[in-house]
Design a protein around this ligand. Structure first.
Ligand code: CA
Length: 218
């Protein structure tokens, strides 16, 4: 379900996702979106923060968190950091800033569905990236079948990168995704943990530093 008043953006989102085999519904106001979500029970809601009228996208997030467990991806303007922070604090699962690429949007949607869909996870509680096997349920990482000892945070970071394989993640996104949106530590925290992962996993870790942006796994 895409809740977005800008018809052009809503159509783009719909087109990108349809091409990947998703069924997409649109609502152009907050109240129409909430009604349609209750009626249609979609697997995911994509909610624009800037909705007209007395209810914006943040209000939609707040309402959804009270009434339902539906995963929420918020769309925010590039310069509106506060919306992103508040949205995540209100329980949104992730965000995409406009303008976004089709690839980024689809990858984020897939990542949320992987993380939040228990049916999809059963029997697929494992992620693999190159030679690294990540067992989510057992909190265990193996390289060539040898267990590698990671701290809980290192494990979460690795799993998060693996769930978003192929996507460039900024340090801020990693902090939000792994440490939680309420965590206001600085970017060096991420670098320190990345260094530990590189030390422990060596050349088995296909992690690329994207200068001035962040990190990409795979
Ligand atoms: Ca809008």
């Amino acid at each position: 379900m895409v809740v977005e008043d800008d018809r052009h953006i809503a159509d783009l989102v719909e087109m990108y996702l349809r091409r990947e085999g998703f069924r997409v519904l649109q609502a152009n106001t907050a109240s129409a979106g909430l009604e349609a979500i209750e009626r249609e029970k979609p697997r995911l809601a994509i909610v624009d923060i800037g909705l007209p009228g007395d209810m914006d996208g943040l209000e939609v997030c707040r309402t959804l968190r009270v009434n339902s467990g539906i995963p929420v991806l918020i769309l925010t303007a590039r310069d509106a950091e506060i919306d992103r922070v508040v949205g995540l604090e209100l329980g949104a699962d992730d965000y995409v800033t406009k303008p976004f690429s089709p690839r980024e949007l689809v990858a984020r949607v897939r990542a949320i569905l992987r993380r939040t869909n228990p049916a999809g996870r059963s029997g697929r509680g494992r992620l693999s990236v190159g030679e690294i096997m990540i067992d989510i349920d057992r909190h265990e990482v193996r390289v060539k079948n040898e267990v590698v000892a990671l701290t809980a945070r290192e494990f979460d970071l690795l799993a998060y990168l693996a769930e978003n394989e192929g996507l460039v993640l900024s340090r801020r996104q990693l902090l939000d995704g792994v440490w939680g949106a309420g965590w206001y530590g600085d970017d060096r925290t991420v670098d320190v943990h990345v260094r530990q992962l590189r030390k422990k996993l060596g050349t088995a870790l296909p992690l690329v530093t994207v200068w001035g942006v962040g990190y990409r796994l795979g």
